[in-house]
Design a protein around this ligand. Structure first.
Ligand code: PMT
Length: 212
């Protein structure tokens, strides 16, 4: 019997807490990542979904690890990475976090005027450094300008097999929308446009392309 494909997918935003009631995040709804997870599940793959805080319910049969911060997402992804064949990093991970997190809620008049930020680790970069020959690693690039150049830089720097460029300057697609439009670039030089469609349809097209 053929070995089942293990598919690891990240989805949704991360939250970087300032104090118990305030955090830094982004508008990712998880719709794209959950559509990818559903498609992988429909194809009979074993699916591990590492999800930031979203309000979507995954379909039964998908293993979900819920995380909040980028560091929690990093740990969950690293834990499952070695046993995964296909890894898709669709989450919108916060690049920075506040240097200090206050344990008590800051009163309005005590709230700092400037919040010192420090970088989070780049999860995808780390996965790319660990990648083995038989693993396929797919990243996303959410860009408002110089999309192609930035996506290709990320493809190379992070040692990816594919990158999906998301032009988030187009308000009809991307963050928290039901539709998307992406351009996929491969490390072997392929470039394929996947036109404006429901995220579920794009997920199907992405898998068809990546698994070809
Ligand atoms: O969730 P939805 O509302 O459906 O929206 C979907 C989406 C717009 C979030 C998705 O399609 C998308 O573009 N995801 C990637 C968002 C992003 O963080 O892009 P980036 O260009 O900043 O990061 C490049 C890649 O590095 C991404 O694969 C990201 O997951 C990864 N990354 C980034 C920072 C970090 N510290 N660690 C990472 O692994």
């Amino acid at each position: 019997m053929a070995k089942k494909i293990n598919c690891l997918i990240s989805a949704g935003p991360t939250r970087e807490w300032i104090d118990p009631v305030r955090f830094i995040s982004n508008p990712s709804s998880g719709k794209m990542g959950y559509a990818l997870a559903k498609e992988a599940h429909n194809r009979g793959f074993d699916v591990n979904l590492v999800s930031g805080p979203v309000s979507i319910r995954p379909v039964d049969g998908i293993m979900v690890t819920r995380v909040e911060t980028a560091e929690e997402m990093r740990k969950a992804m690293l834990e499952k990475f070695d046993s995964s064949d296909l890894i898709l990093m669709c989450a919108a991970v916060s690049d920075h976090k506040p240097k200090f997190q206050w344990e008590q809620k800051k009163k309005k008049d005590q709230f700092p005027q400037n919040i010192e930020m420090i970088p989070n680790k780049d999860i995808l970069l780390e996965l790319g450094q660990k990648k083995k020959k038989l693993q396929t690693l797919v990243g996303f690039a959410a860009e408002t300008e110089n999309g192609v150049q930035n996506a290709l830089e990320k493809l190379n720097k992070k040692n990816l097999d594919w990158i999906a460029l998301n032009d988030i300057s187009n308000k009809k697609i991307g963050f928290d929308k039901d539709f998307n439009e992406i351009t996929l670039f491969s490390s072997s030089g392929k470039r394929v446009n996947l036109d404006f469609s429901k995220k579920e349809e794009l997920a199907t097209q992405m898998f068809e392309l990546i698994l070809k």
